[in-house]
Design a protein around this ligand. Sequence first.
Ligand code: SD4
Length: 326
Amino acid sequence: MSNRRNFIKGGVLGAVGTAIFPKLISAIAQNSNPNSEEGHPMVISTWKHGMPANVAAMEVLQSGGKAIDAVEAGVKIPEADPESMSVGLGGLPDRDGKVTLDACIMDETGNCGSVSFLQHIKHPISVARKVMDETPHVMLSGEGALQFALEQGFPKEDLLTEKAEKRWREWLKESEYKPIINVENHDTIGLLALDKKGDISGACTTSGLSWKMHGRVGDSPVIGAGMYVDNEVGGCCATGVGEAVLKTLGSFLIVELMRQGASPQEACEEGIARIVKNQNYKDMQIGYLAINKKGEHGAYAVHPWFNYALHQGGENRMIDSLSYLK
Ligand code: SD4
């Protein structure tokens, strides 16, 4: 409650566009924090592939491991799963039939690593971790990222499965090679963890928008867009149309709003509000997940069908997100 008052008093709401202002106010009045279970460890992640990812991450946390190790272990599950067609192996390709991957990772000290436009490596999150741990850089891209991964001992693999290739060939027949943005051609995994010590880390990994232009990079590998962590405050990750998230630097924005007193729920709603204010949101799905140091979480999306997996208090379950459009 005091957080909420500070948020309003601090003038954050004053910056909100008038079109979405009443909506946010009503959300605050009715249901500012519907998910206020206390406690850690916790793991939260986007979409249904988050369920097994959460289990792997929670195993690390329960045995006293660090959040940074948990988030990496968690997202490696959908990366390796050929049935998860938007992440790692089996991801849907770009319009040239190439599987190109984006990923980033960030720890409780503000260290981070990222890879973008990476091909042939099943676990881009682990390459991002190596960029963080073994280089003075934050992001490696394309050929250079691949070269670094191979030097680090990652195997070079063909990531285009038969099933994904078939979908691509079907798309080619009708597409006229036009890249499209719509509400359904994506499903990144973003995952945040709070460990027993109370430290937060995050990871985000994706094959990006399917049928994108070759070379396109989305929000997922961009620290502050697809994911952001500030261990004094909380963390946030994004899923959906990366262009919209990039234009608003959504995850950084949401963590900063929490710093100013917003609950994770309020902050996610404002993150979506910034998108619907200026962009043609009806054709796009974007979803945000955020957590704070207390183990409270929030989620908000443009369309009603964003869901996420929450592992907390001994239970791992799917939850439907609240959304701007009903
Ligand atoms: C991207 N944000 O490349 C990613 C795709 C995605 O849920 O999220 N999907 O734009």
